[in-house]
Design a protein around this ligand. Structure first.
Ligand code: KG4
Ligand code: ZN
Length: 333
């Protein structure tokens, strides 16, 4: 079964063709990130326009690289949310039009679950149940996954997501957007490791909160007044350690409480080598996506669409985008 995946939840426009859930025939990704750099963050209007400009070109390229035509496609899977509403609407309107014109079934899929699914593109099917950890620019979530259509959200962010915090701290330090990869690189260069920031921590909850850590970095930078290359590296190191420690602490707590030791990780921040290194120290069956599947891509959307379709999930033209994950719970549980 060949599934056409469409992903437009944020700044990446992506179209993929995936066969039987795991064979990626093509996975084309075009990002508008360069257009946002000067604003230090994603500008929704710019992202939306960019999706609309290029999505048809990406479809043509994805079909051509996969060596298929639209009549070979059995299902169209499209990201329904969470994400930027304007961006999501471009992908959904495009998917609906294709579906209507070509009489191909359409299925809306959840972006967070798709990030977890990205591990299936790199490994032989991990067995349920497991924990899913999604760390990206918009989300810090832990889910107890009994199946793709049967899961319990355990943790979310109460303010900034982990990737968002990397991006905001980079801005404070005068580094370029997106901040994650730059901070990771600078942290590796740190010679002195004398600073420490408190690990963000919410008592009696699995949730995350990163706005306090961001503020701690801001106050520290204001206090030292001059920022040279070495102090930037040292701050990056200290910030990254504190930010990742919070993830590890909560994951450890969930593992103990739920007595489960299989973990699938996804999302842009799962590309971070320090996070990968730290997670590997756990006594866990650990699944990390290939780096190319960490950030937003339609391959994971197509793959998840295949699995959900095989569990009899269907969508119709009343499909609406949603911006916040919680809205989806009613639909998927
Ligand atoms: O999953 P993604 O591409 O988009 C969302 O769904 O949000 O994640 C993008 C986020 C950005 O905040 C970026 O700074 C972060 O992932 N990121 C990283 C790294 N690579 C990307 N954060 C830390 N270390 C990295 N190597
Ligand atoms: Zn994402």
């Amino acid at each position: 079964m060949k599934v056409l995946g469409i992903e437009t939840s944020c700044d990446e426009t992506s179209v993929a063709v995936v066969e039987d859930g795991v064979k990626v025939l093509s996975n084309i990704i075009a990002s508008s990130i360069d257009l946002h750099k000067k604003y230090g963050g994603i500008v929704p209007e710019i992202a939306t326009r960019h999706h609309a400009e290029i999505i048809l070109h990406l479809l043509k390229e994805a079909l051509s690289i996969a060596g298929v035509s639209l009549k070979d496609i059995n299902l169209i899977a499209v990201t329904q949310g969470p994400g930027l509403i304007g961006s999501l609407m471009v992908g959904m309107a495009f998917a609906k039009s294709l579906s209507q014109a070509l009489k191909i079934p359409i299925l809306g899929v959840d972006h967070i679950l798709a990030h977890i699914y990205s591990c299936y593109l790199s490994y032989n099917k991990p067995q349920f149940p497991y924990l899913g950890l999604v760390v990206s620019g918009g989300h810090s979530s832990i889910l107890y996954m009994k199946d793709f259509n049967n899961f319990i959200p355990l943790a979310k962010t109460r303010d900034d997501a982990l990737g968002e915090c990397f991006d905001k701290v980079a801005k404070i330090l005068g580094l370029e957007f997106p901040g994650g990869p730059v901070i990771e690189k600078k942290a590796l260069n740190a010679k002195e490791k004398n600073i420490s920031f408190p690990t963000p921590w919410i008592k009696n909850s699995y949730d995350f909160s990163y706005s306090g850590l961001k503020t701690a970095v801001l106050y520290y930078v204001k206090k030292i007044k001059t920022l040279d290359e070495e102090s930037i590296s040292e701050i990056c190191y200290a910030f990254q350690e504190a930010a990742l420690a919070a993830i590890l602490k909560q994951v450890k707590k969930v593992i103990l409480d739920y007595k489960i030791n299989r973990l699938l990780v996804g999302g842009g921040v799962s590309a971070n080598s320090r996070l990968r290194e730290l997670l590997k120290t756990f006594d866990l069956e650990l699944f990390l996506p290939e780096i190319s599947y960490c950030s937003d891509n339609a391959g994971m959307v197509a793959g998840l669409g295949y699995e959900l379709y095989n569990r009899s999930m269907r969508s119709d033209f009343s499909l609406e985008p949603y911006s916040i994950f919680e809205n989806n719970l009613k639909m998927n549980r």
